[in-house]
Design a protein around this ligand. Structure first.
Ligand code: PAF
Length: 284
């Protein structure tokens, strides 16, 4: 596996690749790779001749009080895992390579208002513009045919799909299902922040989402009441929930007709760790 840290070297490499047949698949990450990331890489490996992974902890997508400075960095372990998974190229730029003028002065790609301002956007107002800006830059540098994202960050996935469509980027976005621990907790780099007592409570987030899903499948309940009772369930378990919300899968709007595909999304603080998760409302 080739490891590249500069944009100039990356471009030269990509230029050579573009004269060859076959697809390039790209998996953007912030490192501290776990089984969820590795599933994305395996998917990329299955569908493309060339697999590029990036590791870049993007300062633009963190709020002032968030964990940018403490974000777990495990480069040696990540490199080994990616080499084992047969990735072809790992791009690991530093902040000055990605943002020559500094992240606060860079040109931004602004995520669409409707999707950017709800749910995660209410609690992390600058987050999605940071994500769309860095992902657009990485797409420009790598020029992949396909990019692979996890469904764990469901709102991010929809925003990236919209960005690619709105900006006419010739990239197909593939989604991969969330990977969970044996007790149901969605894999996340931030799980490593949980102490033993919090780790024991954490799977209740997923359980609460499953309970909401089951209620929605059983009957046509008052959705506001179901959401409120799920928030209460999380509070009782020891979380400080930020939202539990039933939305349309297609655009995170409020579902109207009963036959629209729906997803239940939640975010909750557990101690000082922020966890998010989501479950589609279908019986499978
Ligand atoms: O999902 C993530 O890890 C990040 O938001 C991403 C897509 C790598 C952009 O920094």
């Amino acid at each position: 596996m080739k490891i590249i840290t500069s944009v100039a070297e990356l471009r030269a490499h990509i230029l050579r690749w573009r004269t060859q047949a076959g697809l390039t698949a790209f998996v953007p990450t912030m490192g501290n790779l776990h089984a969820g990331h590795m599933k994305l890489v395996r998917h990329a490996r299955d569908i493309a001749e060339r697999v590029v992974v990036s590791i870049f902890v993007n300062p633009m997508q963190f709020g002032q009080d968030e964990d940018f400075k403490n974000y777990p960095v495990t480069h040696e372990r990540d490199i080994e895992a990616l080499a084992d998974a047969d990735a072809d190229l790992l791009f690991m730029p530093d902040v000055s390579e990605m943002y020559a003028a500094g992240p606060e002065h860079t040109t931004q790609v602004v995520a669409p208002t409707g999707l950017r301002t709800v749910l995660e956007g209410e609690f992390r107002p600058a987050h999605f513009n940071g994500v769309t800006t860095v992902v657009a830059k990485l797409f420009n540098m790598i020029q992949p045919d396909v990019a692979v994202f996890g469904e764990k960050d469901f709102q991010q996935l929809l925003i990236i799909r919209r960005m690619v469509s709105d900006l006419n980027m010739p990239i197909s976005i593939e989604a991969v299902a969330t990977v969970r621990e044996a007790d149901g907790l969605a894999m996340s780099s931030r799980n490593s922040y949980l102490c033993a007592a919090e780790r024991a409570i954490a799977p209740r987030l997923y359980q609460t989402l499953l309970d909401v899903r089951d209620l929605l499948l059983k009957s046509e309940p008052d959705v506001d009441a179901v959401e409120a009772s799920a928030m209460e369930q999380l509070r009782d378990a020891g979380f400080r929930p930020q939202y539990v919300s039933v939305r349309r899968c297609a655009d995170l709007g409020m579902p109207k007709a009963g036959n629209e595909a729906r997803v239940v999304l939640a975010a909750a603080m557990l101690g000082s760790t922020r966890l998010i998760d989501n479950v589609k409302v279908s019986s499978t």
